[in-house]
Design a binder for this molecule. Structure first.
Ligand code: FES
Ligand code: FES
Length: 155
């Protein structure tokens, strides 16, 4: 079967099956920023946007996404690069496997909240994004500094 949707602003028509996940389809078609950890909807590694909202792409079937708009890190590269520089500066990027999911969640949060953003708010928003390396504090510092950069005069 075929499904037509938009991926990173481009219309695409992809062959799929009734059981192919969005995560697998994205990787198959070159969006290799999308990472799969648990493949059970619990780790957040596979986070992308569906119609602008963060979703777990391992838990969605591509065949049900006709006409929808999917965005991955490849589609928001300029913003992702800026945020990545904050993660690196705070030591929040070690193996990097969780970074694409974190980036898509934090960039989604940026669209929803206004600075100043508290650490508690960021922590709650990022609760679904797991990281086995960093212990979370460095990622949290980076996210708070990134989201509050307009207040700190760094934009
Ligand atoms: S791989 Fe999708 S939530 Fe873990
Ligand atoms: S930096 Fe390794 S899983 Fe997060």
């Amino acid at each position: 079967m075929q499904v037509s949707l938009h991926v990173n602003g481009r219309p695409v028509t992809w062959e799929t099956t009734l059981s192919q996940t969005l995560a697998d389809a994205l990787r198959e078609h070159g969006c290799t920023s999308v990472k799969c950890g648990c493949e059970q909807g619990t780790c957040g590694m596979c986070t992308v946007w569906l119609d602008g909202k963060p979703v777990l792409s391992c838990s969605l079937l591509l065949c049900r996404l006709s006409g929808r708009e999917v965005t991955t890190v490849e589609g928001v590269e300029p913003q992702a690069r800026v945020l990545a520089s904050y993660l690196v500066a705070e030591g929040g990027d070690q193996c990097g496997f969780c970074a694409p999911g974190y980036i898509m969640t934090i960039l989604a949060m940026e669209k929803e909240v206004s600075a100043p953003v508290s650490e508690e708010t960021v922590q709650a928003y990022l609760a679904g994004n797991l990281c086995r390396c960093t212990g979370y504090r460095s990622k949290l510092r980076a996210a708070v500094k990134y989201l509050n950069r307009s207040q700190n005069g760094t934009v």
